[in-house]
Each structure stands twice: as structure tokens, then as C-alpha cells.
Write a protein that binds this ligand. Structure first.
Ligand SMILES: Nc1ncnc2c1ncn2[C@@H]1O[C@H](COP(=O)(O)OP(=O)(O)OP(=O)(O)O)[C@@H](O)[C@H]1O
Ligand code: SF4
Ligand SMILES: [Mg+2]
Length: 330
């Protein structure tokens, strides 16, 4: 694997009212053209991680840490530098497209903003490019759509418009937060194919955030597993598909519906993820972990398999050896 395009180092986010960091010491590297999936339960900090990498944590939260992009290192608290970096290099697909679109401006304005103001493209040319991109997203009559306002679209249409806006300026890096959640299966396949082509043809690196582990396994090169604001494992897709090293990775995989086991009761992970009101000490998964021992009262160190793969667990599993054998077919 070639040198990293993006390296995130020690990203930590605090919320004054919370008893623990919203995300803590998130670190990973991404190579050109690589796709890293970020998976985890609702509330595990996936969206806060995405926004903080971009230098725009949610209101009321403060982020610290650095990102290295190419040969430059940026402090995520340096708002103006981060804004310039984003507009030049990054395409962003937000989880809730409606929340980032100005309801008083047309979709055409939204789609062409970066091309016209940052890339100095003529507006007519930018609109033509935007219409082509909407067509490739499976939206018909794109010229008419450009004159419409966000409230005139369905959730799935808005999500595709948001994806088009992210891809239009030919970014080097794509941060995609649940990009296909609001889409039907056919449109999801179309969008995934577009993202895949951007990765293969233009070496676009992607951070692909999803709660859909199956989709992440199908699309990504590596998977980062998030729990209670921490990355507990980063594994290559094949290893994660076999249960990974971390008991939470294994538990997540067991919870995936599987048509071949449709008559069995779907396993669930006992207990609930900790809220932000709960201070955490030791391993974050300790309260729900079937392998927990007294050794887990200390925060487990990161065991690096190599510079790109590793896990935080003192009693790691051997991938593919889950007693029930549910991962053996992977
Ligand atoms: N603006 C905010 N103000 C206060 N707390 C917030 C805010 N945004 C997120 N949180 C809290 O931060 C934690 C992480 O939220 P985040 O949105 O990153 O979760 P997520 O993993 O993206 O979940 P989901 O899969 O549901 O999108 C949660 O406990 C959430 O309640
Ligand atoms: S460190 Fe202990 S509690 Fe945490 S995942 Fe590993 S075995 Fe479970
Ligand atoms: Mg989210």
C-alpha cells in the first residue's frame, strides 16, 4: 500500500455536559484510492468523527487533534485553514442532507457553488456539469431539477443531490456519512457504483460511514469499528468478515441478519451502549463483553498488527474461531 493521503491523529472531542469525551483518541491513516469503512452502533460517534476530521464539530463541542493531508499537517481547531482545505480537496456527504442545504437557494446554486466560487468555472458550464452528474445519479430531467428548492425533493432525491455536490469538484478525499441510508436498493447500487468508479478511476480516498456492516464489508478495503467514541479495531475486510480480533467486532457481525439462519433467533448484544452521561474507565466494551476479566479495568493498549491494522483488547479473539461457527462461510 502506498503512502497515506490522510492521517488522523489523536482526534478527541469534548462536550461540556458529557461525563466522557464524545470521541477519544481517534487515529487512522488512509491511502490514496483506499476506502475505510467506519461502523458501529447508533451514538458511537461516527458522525462526530466525520465532522471533526473536517474541522466542523457539532455546535457546543470542541475538537482537538491533527490531520495530515499529503505533506501538510493541520490542527483541526484552525477553522479558516480547515475551511480552505475542505473546499479544495474534500467532498462531504452529510448524514442529513436537508440540514446542510439552504432552503432559500435552488439546488442549482447549491451544486455549482464550489465550482463557481472556488474553481472559477463559468456558471453555465458548472450548471451543465451539475446536470450531467444528476443524470448519472439516476435523476431524470436534471435541467428542471436545478431550478427547484430543497423542500421540493424526497429524502432519497436530496441524498443523491448531496452526493452529486460532493463528487462534482473532483475531490481527492470523500467523507461519506451514511450516504445510501435513504436510498432504495436499486439506487443504492447505482450510487455505490459511482463511488467505486471515483475510487478506481481517480484514486479518490473514501471514509465510508455506515451502520450497515454488510454494505461496508462489500464496499470497503478496511473497516474501523467504533464503540462509545473509540475505535476498538481496524481490520482488513476479510478479517472483519470472520469476526475480527475484538469481541465487539465479533458481536456486531453475529447481529447481522442472515437469510440462511432465518429460522434462528437473531443474537443481540446484551445491555446498552454507554451514554455520554456515564464516565468510562478501562475498556469501553467491558460492561457488555463476554470475555471481560479483571485485566479489563485498565484501558487496553492498541495492539498494532501493522501500521494500518490493530485492535484494543487484552483478550483478543482469533478471527474465524467463534464457537458457533457463524462466520466460517465468510
Ligand atoms: N449537536 C449535538 N449536541 C449534543 N450531543 C450530540 C450532538 N450531536 C451528537 N451528539 C451526541 O454525540 C454522540 C455521538 O453522536 P454521533 O451523531 O456521532 O453518533 P453516530 O455514531 O453517528 O450515530 P448514528 O448511527 O445514529 O448516526 C451521541 O451520544 C449523540 O447523542
Ligand atoms: S479488553 Fe476485556 S472487556 Fe474489553 S473487549 Fe477485550 S476482553 Fe472484552
Ligand atoms: Mg451518524
Amino acid at each position: 500500500m502506498s503512502e497515506s493521503l490522510l492521517t488522523v491523529d489523536g482526534l478527541t472531542v469534548h462536550l461540556p455536559s458529557a461525563a466522557r469525551p464524545v470521541i477519544a483518541d481517534v487515529s487512522f491513516a488512509l491511502a490514496p484510492g483506499e476506502c475505510l469503512g467506519v461502523v458501529g452502533e447508533s451514538g458511537s460517534g461516527k458522525s462526530v468523527t466525520a465532522r471533526s476530521i473536517l474541522g466542523i464539530p457539532p455546535a457546543g463541542m470542541s475538537a482537538s487533534g491533527t490531520i495530515q493531508f499529503g505533506s501538510h499537517t493541520y490542527d483541526v481547531t484552525d477553522a479558516e485553514t480547515m475551511r480552505r482545505w475542505r473546499s479544495k480537496h474534500v467532498g462531504v456527504i452529510f448524514q442529513d442532507p436537508a440540514s446542510v442545504m439552504d432552503p432559500t437557494r435552488t439546488v442549482g446554486d447549491y451544486l455549482t457553488e464550489v465550482l463557481v466560487y472556488e474553481r472559477r468555472m463559468r456558471r453555465t458550464e458548472a450548471l451543465l456539469k451539475a446536470a450531467e452528474m444528476l443524470t448519472s445519479m439516476g435523476l431524470s430531467d436534471p435541467r428542471a431539477l436545478l431550478d427547484r428548492y430543497p423542500h421540493e425533493f424526497s429524502g432519497g432525491q436530496l441524498q443523491r443531490i448531496c452526493i452529486a455536490a460532493a463528487l462534482l469538484p473532483d475531490p481527492d478525499l470523500l467523507i461519506a456519512d451514511e450516504p445510501t441510508t435513504a436510498l432504495d436498493n436499486t439506487t443504492q447500487a447505482l450510487v455505490i457504483d459511482l463511488l467505486d468508479r471515483a475510487r478506481r478511476e481517480r484514486q479518490v480516498s473514501t471514509v465510508f460511514i455506515t451502520h450497515n456492516l454488510e454494505l461496508a464489508l462489500a464496499f470497503c478495503d478496511r473497516i474501523a469499528v467504533a464503540y462509545a467514541g473509540r475505535i476498538v479495531e481496524i481490520g482488513d475486510t476479510r478479517t472483519v468478515a470472520r469476526g475480527g480480533h475484538h469481541p465487539y467486532t465479533d458481536a456486531l457481525l453475529r447481529c447481522q441478519p442472515d437469510v440462511s439462519r432465518r429460522h434462528e433467533t437473531l443474537p443481540v448484544i446484551a445491555g446498552q451502549p454507554p451514554t455520554l452521561a456515564q464516565p468510562l474507565t478501562g475498556c469501553v466494551f467491558r460492561e457488555r463483553c463476554p470475555r471481560a476479566t479483571d485485566a479489563c479495568v485498565e484501558l487496553p493498549a492498541w495492539t498494532a498488527e501493522d501500521e494500518r491494522l490493530g485492535y484494543a483488547c487484552v483478550h483478543p479473539m482469533t478471527p474465524g474461531t467463534t464457537p458457533s461457527g457463524v462466520h466460517d462461510a465468510a
